[in-house]
Design a protein around this ligand. Structure first.
Ligand SMILES: Cc1ncc(COP(=O)(O)O)c(C=O)c1O
Length: 399
């Protein structure tokens, strides 16, 4: 039970800043309820084939300005299909950041190739393209580039490198559909762009994914692999029906998130222990599935990142540790590491992420985040030493 004490951290029994917890996701996204009801009324919800998958494919390929879109059962499946479509297989190497979504690493292994891990940029926390040349070998076939936590990879540089070395690029835009990088859509730079429609994502169907490409040879190979009398990696009609209005609403939602991120970053500028990921990419508009921060415990009286995020969750704010770095959780026999991966180590230990639903909130919601950070910082010393007394009002974390 928490006492009625707004000054005390909720983790130590005080009143949470957001007793209702973080905003739920998905929220009431315009058009989704009507689309689902419509699919129920016309029976398309329960059919193998109908208008929605076709419509969403067309909508996504138009939006991304790529000739083809293939809808899949997850982003992870889309990465695997992209690798297969690019003929990546046994004996090949695939470069990716040592700090990345672990499914990407596993997809490389699943097709029989070897992951080659490169370090990330100390400002953006994302793959550092200047390290690519040290990573290549005769076996390198492809690069997987993910844009993570509001950080972005300079894609022009990556593509120029890949073209010069006859390699393919899979651009993972699962965390930022609708973002712009150097003037083009995230996901439209690579030979293949990949998206996720998982339950926590900004475009959600609970599960689902997609890939886009302008290369028919890739689509042909993917179709051969995916089509086994029926699709092995399908997105359903009902899922597609729910996604169509979300894609229509995406730019509006992304713009609203960007305004709130700017406000939040301004409010948090007084806290040197929380440094937002920074992009040195020209002409970019990031997307925010997570907003990433470098956490500096020394600025919070030595409060660990885990304890900080617990304390924020107890206040009703969805802060969580970021990904685990790939070389920290996999056997060194399965990958090749390039250099000491020092910044990826830092990301493993220090990355914090704020989950996106609050970024569609009001300015008051955003101010609550800063107030909670202030409260946790003020009581950092006590939070370090006292046992936890309070169950987080927040839901499950979604790393
Ligand atoms: C960067 C990145 N790539 C790929 C995925 C996989 O997407 P899915 O959960 O749809 O398989 C995720 C999911 O969080 C992700 O963050």
């Amino acid at each position: 039970m928490n006492s009625d004490n707004p000054d005390q951290p909720a983790l130590l029994g005080g009143t949470p800043i957001r007793p209702q917890g973080p905003p739920l996701w998905p929220t009431d996204i315009p058009g989704v309820a009507e689309a689902i009801i419509g699919a129920v009324e016309d029976g398309s919800w329960g059919k193998y084939h109908g208008p929605h998958v076709e419509k969403l494919s067309k909508q996504l390929s138009d939006y991304q300005q790529r000739e083809h879109a293939v809808l899949t059962c997850s982003g992870t499946a889309a990465i695997e299909l992209a690798l297969r479509g690019l003929k990546v297989g046994a004996g090949d190497e695939v470069i990716l950041a040592a700090y990345d979504f672990k499914g990407n690493y596993q997809d490389v292994l699943i097709v029989g190739a070897t992951p080659v891990l490169v370090d990330v940029d100390p400002l953006s926390g994302n793959l550092d393209p200047t390290l690519l040349s040290a990573a290549i070998s005769d076996a390198t076939k492809a690069i997987i580039v993910s844009h993570l936590h509001g950080g972005m990879v300079p894609m022009r540089e990556v593509m120029e490198f890949a073209r010069a070395h006859n390699m393919s690029v899979i651009e993972d835009a699962c965390q930022m559909p609708g973002a712009r990088i150097e003037g083009a859509w995230a996901g439209s730079w690579g030979d293949v762009g990949v998206f996720s429609f998982g339950g926590s994502k900004t475009l959600t169907a609970g599960r689902g994914g997609a890939l886009v490409t302008s290369r028919s040879d890739i689509v042909q190979r993917i179709t051969l692999y995916n089509q086994r009398g029926n699709l092995a990696y399908p997105l359903s009609e009902l899922q597609a029906a729910a996604l169509i209005p979300q894609l229509e609403h995406l730019d509006t939602a992304n713009a609203a998130r960007a305004v709130n991120v700017a406000t939040l970053c301004q409010l948090l500028a007084d806290f040197p222990g929380l440094v937002p990921l920074q992009n040195a990419v020209a002409d970019c508009e990031p997307g925010y599935y997570k907003l990433g921060f470098w956490y500096h415990p020394e600025e919070f009286d030595g409060l660990s990142r885990e304890r900080f995020s617990q304390a924020m969750r107890a206040e009703g704010i969805a802060f969580d540790p970021g990904f685990e770095a790939l070389h920290k959780i996999h056997s060194a026999r399965r990958y090749r590491a390039v250099g000491d991966l020092q910044t990826a180590n830092t990301a493993h230990e220090c990355m914090l992420t704020l989950h996106h639903p609050v970024l569609l909130g009001t300015t008051a919601d955003i101010e609550e985040i800063a107030r909670a950070v202030h409260k946790v910082k003020t009581h950092a010393s006590a939070l370090k030493t006292h046992p936890e007394q309070f169950e987080s009002p927040g839901g499950r974390s979604s790393r």
